[in-house]
Design a protein around this ligand. Structure first.
Ligand code: NFU
Length: 366
């Protein structure tokens, strides 16, 4: 940050110094099934979206159309996982918003929401953290009719908990004395879907990736930064809850308060979608397509709406091996946007701007 004599940020540049682990290189040359298993290790917070983006990219490269029941189970998995993740964020930002006398109430409901949401992921995807049943071609198995009914009842019972929690957080966010206009930035929103993600949204021709030395005006910063800068139509974009709610639910407010309110609002969207899927799911249906794993070298694209925004994985399978792999992760998209979003306000508000984006540097620097 550069600040003036009054402490106002005149220049904000956010960058990651997390070491690159080279996940994309590790999966190259291996069987396609390796990629989802390794890519879910990119991050300890969002293994689910990475697994799904990875299998979606592989499905596309291998020209697989997955069965409808598998698509529903995948969407149920992301709905529950994102509900869990947004609840974790509320725990992490609780010191910013929640007064001491309400702390226990807020943290208790976070605990209840997380426990139930993770249970759904556990039952549907094979494991709550590293889901073993999300497979190229669909899902390894359907759930039983008894499990469907039990999960449905469990999530129905969660509705008042989520409603009360969202109302509590919304009121506390609105009561906080956040300066008007904090974090408002004129970057286009980048979002593919309300809940799951849409492959057609990502157009490779509109994407450019530049090295940090060419982006940050200070060469020292450019050398230390460990992520490339992704641009869409030549500019940096905002991705995440607010981008999704802006694009798909017509909520046009911007900045820190709007980001927090959008995240809270999405918790209800995820829960109601999960309930609707459990209502609709045919538990007798097949969930795994047959496919030829040899591949044709087609560039496959997988797009999943992760808690922090649009997660794009690209994969090319040739002769039964992954020939190319690339992951464009939500926080990587937000990195060039977050720094400038701190400008024009006292530097003490900078961390609030960054927390509103909820960056995940292990994701960004994979
Ligand atoms: Fe991850 Ni840790 C999220 N949300 C990020 N950024 C991945 O898709």
């Amino acid at each position: 940050m550069e600040i003036d004599d009054e402490g106002i940020v005149t220049k904000g540049r956010y960058f990651s110094i997390t070491p690159v682990r080279g996940l994309e290189k590790m999966v190259t040359g291996k069987a396609p099934e390796t990629a989802p298993v390794l890519c879910q290790r990119i991050c300890g917070v969002c293994p689910i979206p990475h697994t799904l983006a990875s299998v979606e990219a592989m499905d596309d490269s291998l020209d697989i159309e997955i069965p409808k029941a598998a698509a529903l189970l995948r969407e149920l998995t992301i709905s529950a996982s994102n509900l869990n993740s947004h609840a974790i964020h509320h725990f992490l930002v609780a010191p910013d918003f929640v007064p001491e006398d309400l702390f226990k109430t807020a943290v208790d409901s976070v605990g209840t929401i997380r426990k139930n949401a993770q249970y759904v992921v556990d039952m549907v995807a094979g494991e709550g953290i590293h889901p073993s049943d999300v497979r190229i071609g669909g899902m390894a198995r359907n759930i039983s009719e008894l499990a469907r009914k039990k999960l449905y009842a469990r999530l129905k019972a969660l509705v008042p908990v989520v409603d009360n929690h969202v109302e509590l957080m919304t009121n506390l966010i609105l009561e906080k004395d956040i300066p008007e206009g904090l974090g408002v930035i004129d970057a286009p929103v980048f979002a593919s879907d309300v809940v799951y993600g849409k492959r057609d949204f990502f157009d490779l021709d509109r994407f450019t990736e530049i090295v940090p030395e060419a982006w940050y005006d200070d060469p020292e910063v450019g050398k230390r930064a460990c992520t490339t800068i992704p641009l869409y139509d030549g500019v940096n974009v905002e991705t995440g809850p607010r981008a999704r709610v802006d694009k798909f639910q017509g909520y046009k407010e911007r900045g820190v308060v709007a980001q927090h309110l959008s995240r809270a609002r999405e918790m209800k969207t995820y829960l109601s979608r999960a309930i609707a899927i459990l209502d609709e799911l045919d538990t007798a249906a097949n969930t795994l397509a047959d496919f030829d794993p040899r591949g044709t070298n087609k560039l496959g694209i997988g797009v999943i709406e992760a808690p922090r925004g649009t997660d794009v994985h690209m994969a090319q399978v040739k002769d039964g091996k992954t020939a190319f792999y690339s992951a464009l992760v939500p926080t990587t998209w937000n990195i060039p946007t977050m720094g400038p979003a701190t400008e024009g306000f006292h530097h003490e508000w900078g961390p609030h701007v960054i927390r509103a984006y909820d960056p995940c540097l292990s994701c960004a620097t994979h």
